[in-house]
Design a protein around this ligand. Structure first.
Ligand SMILES: C[S@@+](CC[C@H](N)C(=O)[O-])C[C@H]1O[C@@H](n2cnc3c(N)ncnc32)[C@H](O)[C@@H]1O
Length: 335
């Protein structure tokens, strides 16, 4: 497959790079995991410090070319795996000083119109990040009206979810919905005439379908659990998120599985009630500076949280999965 740009990585500006580097503190070396390699923005900066090693992961096979270029330069200090981060434990042969997640899509993916992530595209409805079984086309043409409504409402927070779902089903009974622009016109015809355009009227539905297709909530929950399993004591778990559901999950995890957990003993079995995955958690959200937002508007909605792994042994935080089961169940709807 030919790639759309000569310098792909130049297409994506890493969000809050300085803040991520400051938390990682790579000056005196360390082993880092970059779970969302993308254009390699974080990996490359970390590798500039001589005794740093980076293990990077990305589910998208379009990132292999960029990873190979970095590998040529940094050799054994850099290892790349074309995998989903929900299985990061399978590539962790040692423990890590910091593990970074920069969630969502890269500009490289969004701007490649043939992948169908953007509502500016006129190509096939695809939206698959990689290693996914369901395309957006399959989801849109086969999910029940009830599932479509719930997915668009829950993952997109779209107030007109019901009308959009109804109109999708109405259209597909006549003709299969194949392209991005067909979905765009269905969404537009479903929105109120006086829709206030602070964001494009298609943004929320596209986001919801993308989350469903790539099972992004299940990935996040499993990914952060596995990450806490392979962090060194004192190691940092760093997450940059762009969606309120993602931030809610991260906040819950850090707050309830830290030494100062909000409700003592609630989330671990009685016998181990004094154990924790993280040190005291301050519930602090870091945001991009105004000057970064000017250069990179995508950073406007980014929220960075990090927590420090405690010395305690790992215990599976089952209640994190339980708490958000309604979301992971929604991602299991058959398309
Ligand atoms: C926002 S971009 C990361 C950009 C990167 N930090 C940089 O500076 O270039 C997110 C990347 O994570 C990847 N990704 C998303 N979910 C993933 C998952 N569950 N497993 C592995 N990679 C994932 C996407 O394919 C995308 O390339």
């Amino acid at each position: 497959m030919t790639l759309p740009h000569k310098s792909l990585e130049a297409k994506h500006l890493p969000v809050m790079l300085n803040e991520v580097l400051k938390i990682c503190n790579p000056k005196s070396g360390g082993v880092f995991m970059d779970c969302t390699f993308g254009g390699g923005g974080y990996s490359k900066e970390l590798l500039k410090f001589e005794s740093v090693k980076v293990v990077a992961i990305d589910r998208d096979n379009h990132t292999i070319k960029i990873a190979n270029e970095i590998k040529d330069k940094f050799q054994s200090r850099f290892i790349f795996h074309n995998k989903k981060f929900s299985s990061l434990d399978s590539v962790a042969s040692s423990k890590f000083d910091a593990i970074i997640f920069d969630l969502g899509l890269s500009s490289i993916q969004l701007d490649n119109l043939s992948r169908g992530f953007s509502f500016k595209s006129r190509d096939e409805l695809n939206m698959m990040m990689g290693q996914t079984n369901t395309s957006a086309k399959k989801a849109i043409n086969s999910l029940s009206i009830k599932s479509l409504k719930e997915i668009i409402k829950t993952f997109g927070d779209e107030e007109d979810a019901s009308k959009i779902a109804k109109n999708i089903v109405k259209h597909r009974t006549i003709n299969q919905i194949k392209t991005t622009d067909e979905l765009v016109s269905i969404i537009k015809s479903s929105k109120k005439k006086n829709y206030k355009k602070n964001i494009d009227e298609c943004t929320k539905t596209f986001q919801a379908i993308r989350i469903f297709v790539n099972k992004e909530i299940t990935e996040l929950i499993e990914g952060i659990i596995k990450a806490s399993q392979v962090l060194k004591p004192g190691g940092k778990l760093i997450i940059v998120s762009f969606h309120s559901i993602e931030d809610k999950i991260v906040k819950f995890f850090f707050k309830n599985f830290s030494k100062n957990k909000s409700r003592a003993n609630k989330y671990f079995p009685d016998m181990k009630s004094n154990l924790s995955l993280f040190e005291n958690y301050k519930n602090k959200v870091i945001k991009a500076t105004l000057s970064e937002i000017k250069k990179n508007p995508r950073s406007r909605s980014a929220k960075l949280r990090f927590a420090i792994r405690s010395k305690d042994e790992f215990m599976d935080p089952k209640d994190l999965r339980e708490k958000f089961k309604y979301l992971t169940d929604l991602e299991k709807r058959i398309a």
